[in-house]
Structure formats: structure tokens, C-alpha cells
Design a protein around this ligand. Structure first.
Ligand SMILES: [Zn+2]
Length: 177
């Protein structure tokens, strides 16, 4: 079942591989009227839609080249790892980089930001400390510009071998290869 007006991205990560860092390859948004999935060409555009998704939901008519009568750009299926983004995540502040790292047990993503000086932060508390230590950045961004909320991972995407195990961190032996 799909939530209406969803906002999702999905990853190029193949489900059989246990690579920790998944690369988001494609971004998709669901039309709030016809519920078809439309691909969003760039991360910047996707970020902009996501930033105000609750106040400003997305419809096909926002894209002049497409209408609700056209077939969907992509169908939701289980061949890729889909994750559901939380709406209204603030736009990544300038000169910083937001990275997602999928946990080995597929339970969640850990979010990190790389600051303009190369320092990595993992929580709002660390952003606060960063701003205390480097007050010069206070006119560029504030703690509320950062979101460490993990996107939701669709349960049916999680490989069976990873499901229900409490042996987090244990290396899987002898993967096919
Ligand atoms: Zn539509």
C-alpha cells in the first residue's frame, strides 16, 4: 500500500549486496492526484520539493511536460531499495554535504553532515558544539538547518538474511563472489 502524496527516493544498491554506503541513484515523487510516480532529475530539485512538501504538495501539473494522464515514470517494486524520506527536511546548508549511511542490519540510516571545514557531525548536539567552536559560521546556518532523521526503509526491501538478526556487526561469512 502506498501512502498518498508520498515522497520517496530509491537507491541503486542491489539488495543482495551488503555494501554499507548506498548511493541514491534516482529520486521520485508521487503525484497527490493520480498517485503516479514521477522521476525528479536532480538532487537539488528533489531537495527543494522535499523542503516544503507539506505546505506545497506535488502534482503532475507542476511539470509542464507531463500530466496525470501520462503513464508513471517508474513503478514501485522490490527490485530496488526504496526509502521514504521524511517531508520538510531543511535544504542542506551551503558548502555542507549530507550523507546517508545504511546500517548493516538495514534498520536505519545514520545521517552525517560534512561541514565547510571538512568536519563531520552526527547529531544536533554536535552541530551546536561546532557553532560554539566556530561562531563565524553562525551567519551561514543554524542548528535547525540540519536534520538527522533517518528516512524510513520499506520493510519488504530488507533482505531476509538481514531480518530479525540481532548479530549486528557480525560479518556475513562467505558471501557468494
Ligand atoms: Zn498526477
Amino acid at each position: 500500500m502506498l501512502a498518498s502524496g508520498g515522497l520517496r527516493r530509491f537507491s541503486s544498491m542491489e539488495k543482495s549486496k551488503s555494501s554499507r554506503d548506498s548511493t541514491t541513484a534516482l529520486y521520485a515523487v508521487q503525484c497527490g492526484k493520480c498517485f503516479k510516480w514521477r522521476l525528479i532529475p536532480t538532487k537539488e530539485e528533489y531537495d527543494a520539493i522535499r523542503e516544503s512538501f507539506i505546505e506545497d504538495p506535488w502534482f503532475c501539473e507542476k511539470n509542464p511536460e507531463v500530466s496525470c494522464d501520462d503513464p508513471a515514470d517508474i513503478e514501485y517494486d522490490t527490485s530496488r531499495l526504496w526509502v521514504i524520506d521524511k517531508p520538510n527536511i531543511p535544504k542542506t546548508p551551503p558548502n555542507t554535504e549530507r550523507n546517508l549511511h545504511l546500517r548493516k542490519d538495514f534498520s536505519k540510516f545514520d545521517i552525517t553532515y560534512i561541514m565547510p571545514n571538512g568536519k563531520r557531525v552526527r547529531s544536533s548536539t554536535e552541530v551546536e558544539r561546532f557553532l560554539e567552536a566556530h561562531p563565524g559560521y553562525k551567519d551561514q546556518f543554524s542548528v535547525s538547518d540540519f536534520s538527522f532523521t533517518s528516512p524510513k526503509i520499506m520493510e519488504e526491501m530488507v533482505p531476509k538474511s538481514s531480518r530479525g538478526k540481532d548479530s549486528v556487526g557480525r560479518k556475513r561469512k562467505n558471501e557468494d563472489g
